[in-house]
Design a protein around this ligand. Structure first.
Ligand code: MRU
Length: 357
């Protein structure tokens, strides 16, 4: 599939084509590469809920295009402004933890407010589409910068462990944690990657492995419970993960199991890095305790690919994310540089830098 409309990026799981949104269906990777046409608000919302598109930055970009899709649908009763509010509310309710979703919707609202009064319906939609494409392209540029900054932390031959998938699939392209890994590899500073499989939905086994294989970066897939054994045998030099939301004090929410890895890293003196754009940092959330954690369907734990693995009529608990306190984080790698403790202070300065201060 080629498209002049596709953002000019190395690889993106999100495309605007034939005047609508296409998402690479991550639920069926790596077996199949299927692009889903999402030409209604409900299809975009469903895609976010089901993890067709997933990873905090990618969810934000999909939601930006989702606003356009929603405005393109038959407006029905009411004004375009009411329709915008309706679509935004539906998308906002899809997943609670990744702050990039609300970040994109809030910026979409500001863009809408700027153009809505003076323009007709079609012109408003065109303005919103141009804005969404910019969000898409900016995310890639941001990740390339994160990669550059992150690579400076690596030394030749480093063996790096990552959890979940924070690669091109989880962003508009290039990736945060995988972007750092890719930049380090290209700079000749990476030996090998350990990929946690990431139960229950196996984003590591299915998606990170798929990406690293495509990139030609050497890696080995391990069970989540191998992290301690690898570290105790001095087989891990660094850890780099992404994040769904970073609180103002530097506490980070990421895929369930990240906290376990961070505790092990502290125990074994392994640097623990978090790679994320400033759009993942939520200054309105003071600490990790204030981050809403998504609880997903029990069946994701009791079943594997539609097959029951646990006895019938038992209960499971499926937190999708956990919170790693900032004192376990060695550095947060952003597009404006590498932030270190005290994070409250370095985060504040990073925002000043980004706004030209
Ligand atoms: O449930 P998911 O697959 O959306 O969770 C994704 C993660 O936890 C990622 O590590 C995070 O969103 C950062 S992606 C650059």
């Amino acid at each position: 599939m080629t498209s002049a409309d596709a953002a000019s990026v190395p690889f993106s799981p999100i495309r605007w084509q034939d005047d609508t949104l296409y998402l690479l269906d991550q639920t069926v990777l790596p077996d199949q590469e299927v692009w889903l046409r999402c030409d209604s608000t409900e299809l975009v919302a469903d895609a976010i809920r089901r993890l067709v598109v997933r990873g905090a930055p990618a969810i934000g970009v999909a939601a930006a295009y989702g606003l356009v899709v929603g405005l393109q649908e038959s407006p029905g009763e009411g004004s375009l402004r009411e329709r915008f509010r309706q679509v935004s509310d539906i998308l906002r309710a899809t997943r609670p933890t990744a702050v990039n979703l609300g970040w994109a919707l809030d910026r979409g609202q500001s863009r809408f407010d700027e153009v809505a009064e003076a323009s007709d319906r079609q012109t408003v939609i065109q303005h919103l589409l141009a804005w969404a494409k910019k969000v898409h392209e900016d995310d890639v540029a941001t990740n390339l910068k994160i990669g550059e900054h992150g690579a400076t932390l690596f030394t030749e031959g480093d063996r790096v462990l990552t959890h979940c998938n924070a690669g091109g699939l989880a962003t508009a392209g290039y990736g945060t944690a995988i972007g750092v890994i890719q930049s380090s590899w290209e700079a000749g500073r990476l030996g090998q990657v350990w990929v946690d499989e990431t139960r229950p939905l196996l984003q590591g086994a299915r998606l990170t492995s798929w990406e690293l294989k495509r990139l030609g970066i050497p890696f080995r897939l391990v069970t989540d419970s191998s992290a301690g054994a690898l570290m105790s045998r001095q087989m891990v030099d660094r850890i780099v993960v992404g994040s769904d939301r970073i609180a103002a004090n530097g506490d980070i929410a990421n895929k369930i199991g990240t906290y376990t890895v961070a505790v092990l890293a502290a125990r074994h003196g392994v640097p623990f890095y978090v790679a994320a754009p400033l759009s993942t940092i939520d200054l309105a959330t003071p600490t990790g305790a204030d981050i809403p954690i998504e609880v997903r369907d029990e069946e994701e734990v009791t079943d594997v690919f539609g097959k029951r693995i646990a006895p019938q009529e038992i209960q499971a608990l499926n937190f999708a994310f956990d919170v790693t306190p900032h004192d376990l984080v060695t550095a947060i790698i952003t597009e404006v540089g590498v932030l270190k403790a005290p994070f409250g202070e370095s985060i504040r300065r990073a925002f000043e830098t980004a706004s030209g201060g």
